[in-house]
Design a protein around this ligand. Structure first.
Ligand SMILES: *Cc1c(COP(=O)(O)O)cnc(C)c1O
Length: 409
């Protein structure tokens, strides 16, 4: 067992009893999540507190929409920022809030974001006592909706608008953690520091989908639109816990390091290229090493559990249109890549039922979606609510300004 700030990353996983999965449709989402994560979190977090954290974290829907006998989609975008990262961020924030409850000094969480992560993290920490969040984002490089999500929260969340690119933000954050003049005066923490708490809750998704489908379809496979491979890794944890998942498909855009690896057994990181499914523009996926560890670095075993396909932006646009024309369903570009992964897999395994994860609400990618399906989209209430709010951000252009801000705060 390795410790990660009060939470365990398991080296061996004990499966849940068979009866748990057999009767899973009699359990609420919170009950499922509690049983699944308890072994990893208990006794660091007492059971009653863990129950409250889970109920709080999962206070929205995770519906499965069945498109036809072979394909369903699991919608993971009903949280406050309409991206699937909400669940991990909310769970992590509440765990950190608990660990920090007796600490009289406030903790400052410092995060750099290129878009969605910052919004989900900030939202997750909103109102959590004893924790201040400072987000650095690159000026003019995030979408209008993302910027509003980062800058309009208030309370314990501060947005710093950095004159620079994402790498500059990340560089400043890294420097702050190494700066003794800061760390001697305040307790700084990174949103990644308890990252087990951040990606592990994603294993719930696969259980929620299974619960909705297992009585109707056998041979469930999941197509996961993948960037850093945290989500598909969480699915594999669910499988290790005994969830009967037949196979995983890592669906990639043109950033295809893993697709290539499964073809050639050569893992060759590359600089990322920009695509319309930009949350998956990752050239060296940080969680892939964990996946290799789950299968004990056995390439053949990994290959028997994971397929990977890579698709161009053009194919992704065509898929968006096909999903809309055929099923009257509006997907987002990431979900569309997942759909293509399902189709590629089903060609070879026609009897499977493939669930692709819808990882973001389509209106977060309004321009692409409206351009392809030629129909105006109605904005959901979470998006409308932030659009009307006022942006509040402090402009900075150097590390010294960040430091001065943190010291004066
Ligand atoms: C982060 C993200 C992904 C990729 O998830 P990973 O866990 O990094 O593989 C896919 N879609 C959306 C919308 C995301 O925000």
């Amino acid at each position: 067992m390795r410790r990660d700030k009060g939470l365990y990353f398991p080296e061996r996983i004990t499966p849940l009893p068979h009866s748990f999965f057999k009767n899973i449709d009699t359990l609420s989402n919170s009950e499922i999540a509690f049983e699944a994560i308890k072994p990893f979190v208990s006794p660091d977090i007492p059971e009653d507190i863990l129950k409250t954290i889970i109920e709080d974290t999962l206070s929205f829907e995770f519906p499965v929409i069945t498109l036809n006998d072979s394909i369903s989609t699991l919608e993971l975008f009903h949280g406050p920022t309409m991206a699937f990262k909400d669940v991990g961020a909310r769970f992590m924030a509440r765990c950190l809030g608990y660990f920090n409850k007796d600490n009289t000094n406030e903790v400052t969480v410092l995060v750099a974001t290129s878009g969605d992560t910052g919004g989900a993290v900030a939202n997750g920490f909103l109102g959590v006592k004893g924790v201040n969040v400072v987000i650095l984002y690159p000026s003019g490089k995030v979408s209008a909706i993302q910027e509003k999500q980062l800058t309009s929260l208030g309370q314990n969340i501060t947005a710093l608008e950095v004159d620079g690119v994402f790498d500059d933000c990340q560089e400043m954050v890294k420097r702050a953690f190494l700066d003794e003049a800061l760390t001697s005066k305040m307790q700084l923490t990174s949103a990644n520091s308890i990252n087990v708490a951040r990606w592990m809750p994603q294993l719930f998704y696969f259980m929620f989908a299974y619960k909705q489908l297992y009585k109707t379809y056998k041979d469930l496979v999941f197509s996961v639109p993948s960037g850093n491979f945290g989500n598909v890794c969480a699915g594999m944890m669910a499988q290790q816990l005994g969830l009967p998942i037949k196979h995983f498909i890592a669906s990639n855009n043109e950033n295809n390091v893993v697709t290539q690896y499964l073809k050639t057994e050569q893992y060759t990181p590359k600089p990322s290229v920009q695509t319309i499914s930009n949350a998956m523009d990752v050239g060296n996926p940080s969680n892939f090493i964990r996946i290799r560890e789950i299968y004990k670095n056995n390439f053949e075993v990994l290959k028997s559990n994971l397929s990977s396909f890579s698709f161009s932006d053009e194919a992704t646009r065509d898929a968006l249109k096909e999903i809309y024309d055929t099923f009257n369903y509006v997907a987002d570009p990431h979900g569309a890549v997942g759909y293509l992964g399902c189709k590629a897999y089903l060609k070879q395994h026609p009897s499977a039922h493939c669930v692709f994860l819808e990882t973001a609400h389509p209106t977060k990618f309004l321009e692409v979606v409206e351009d392809v399906i030629k129909e105006k989209q109605k904005l959901p209430k979470q998006i409308l609510a932030v659009m009307g709010k006022e942006k509040v951000a402090i402009k900075i252009s150097s590390y010294d300004e960040l430091k001065a801000y943190l010291l004066e705060k």
